[in-house]
Design a protein around this ligand. Structure first.
Ligand SMILES: C[S@@+](CC[C@H](N)C(=O)[O-])C[C@H]1O[C@@H](n2cnc3c(N)ncnc32)[C@H](O)[C@@H]1O
Length: 327
């Protein structure tokens, strides 16, 4: 299979355009209305019309949108549904890791890799996680949750806290604690919790899951989960320490649902699926080791957790490991 430079170049622009169109609610409008008028849309939202038209044009190149110039009408193109389903990945890459993409060569130089050398945007990583979580994770999660009884839940690295909020709405007696290291993610989570009016049952802690201290409210926790941040605790010895300490800090947890993307070990080719290349690429630049699934399994055994089930989810090379304490 041959690729040409036109395609590669235009794909880069389309990726940014997808991320922006998602943020500007262009996709949302076209999901609820058949068409919109470019002029009216820009006036209502106080947007620069030429910039929005440029986004529309880039998306028309990939048949994601269609544009009728005489009437200035925008509508879904034939690729709309199949691409828009994945919009969270584009927002994650372009908005969350834009700094990494723009400064890639500089970040390769050892002299530039001091403390906090790579700026990620926690707000957009949290918003993106909520979207791809809804499309590719939640149905698997819901099926597991239905078979577990719980009263108090902690979500480690909760991002937008969407998972806790949805559970709180579904289970009126449930209480929840969201923990995240990123202040921007905590802001998104608090706003989400307040908008859903569940602030009396879910509270947020800005903290590092690798350095948590015991607290009285942690004694109540019987269900723990952690979605898409387990790899941040690697390499092996550091993750082992964290997994062992979580057992002490949350002594009454009966189930720990650890969901993460593991190393694909794929040979680079056009067959690498969406997300995998971006995930492995950005984490390599950050210097963050991504474990294989077999490495996770070895670690669970050693850290005092038994993996009672491992279910693949809708994100490539990703699974929910259902863990129980090994008493
Ligand atoms: C990819 S996002 C996933 C967010 C959320 N769990 C979800 O599934 O939508 C990873 C989250 O983990 C958080 N995180 C990473 N390392 C962490 C740590 N050591 N302690 C607490 N949170 C952490 C990040 O700030 C980010 O919000």
């Amino acid at each position: 299979m041959m690729f040409n430079a036109d395609n590669v170049f235009n794909s880069v622009i389309a990726a940014s355009a997808i991320s922006a169109a998602y943020e500007l609610e262009i996709f949302e409008i076209l999901e609820s209305h058949e068409i919109f008028y470019l002029e009216n849309f820009c006036t209502e939202k106080e947007l620069h019309k030429e910039s929005v038209k440029a986004i529309v044009d880039a998306l028309c190149c990939f048949k994601i949108l269609e544009f009728t110039p005489e009437l200035q009408i925008v509508r879904q193109g034939e690729s709309f549904q199949s691409v828009v389903l994945y919009k969270g990945y584009f927002l994650w890459l372009i908005r969350g890791y834009g700094y990494c993409l723009q400064n890639l060569a500089s970040l390769c130089k050892i002299e530039n890799r001091g403390d906090d050398f790579l700026k990620r945007d926690g707000k957009y990583i949290a918003i993106a996680g909520r979207d791809y979580g809804k499309n590719f994770v939640d149905s698997y999660f819901d099926r597991i949750i239905e078979n577990i009884s719980f009263n108090t839940v902690v979500d480690l690295g909760c991002g937008s806290a969407e998972r806790l909020v949805s559970l709180a709405k579904k289970y009126p007696g449930m209480r929840g604690i969201g923990i995240d290291i990123n202040p921007e993610a905590v802001k998104v989570a608090l706003s989400n919790v307040n908008s859903a009016s569940v602030q009396d049952r879910i509270f947020m802690i800005e903290g590092d899951l690798k350095n948590l201290e015991r607290r009285p409210e942690f004694e109540e926790v019987d269900l723990m989960f952690s979605f898409f941040n387990g790899h941040d605790t690697w390499p092996y010895d550091s993750c082992l320490k964290t997994m062992q300490s979580l057992r002490r800090i949350f002594p009454n947890v009966k189930r720990f649902l650890l969901c993460d993307t593991y190393r694909s070990n794929l040979i680079p080719s056009h067959k690498v699926p969406i997300f995998t290349l971006g995930f492995e690429f950005t984490h390599a630049v950050m210097g963050q080791y991504i474990p294989l699934q077999s490495e996770w399994m070895k670690l669970f055994l050693e850290s005092g957790w038994i993996c009672v089930n491992c279910r693949e989810i809708g994100i490539p090379f990703s699974a929910i490991f259902e863990l129980a304490p090994n008493h």
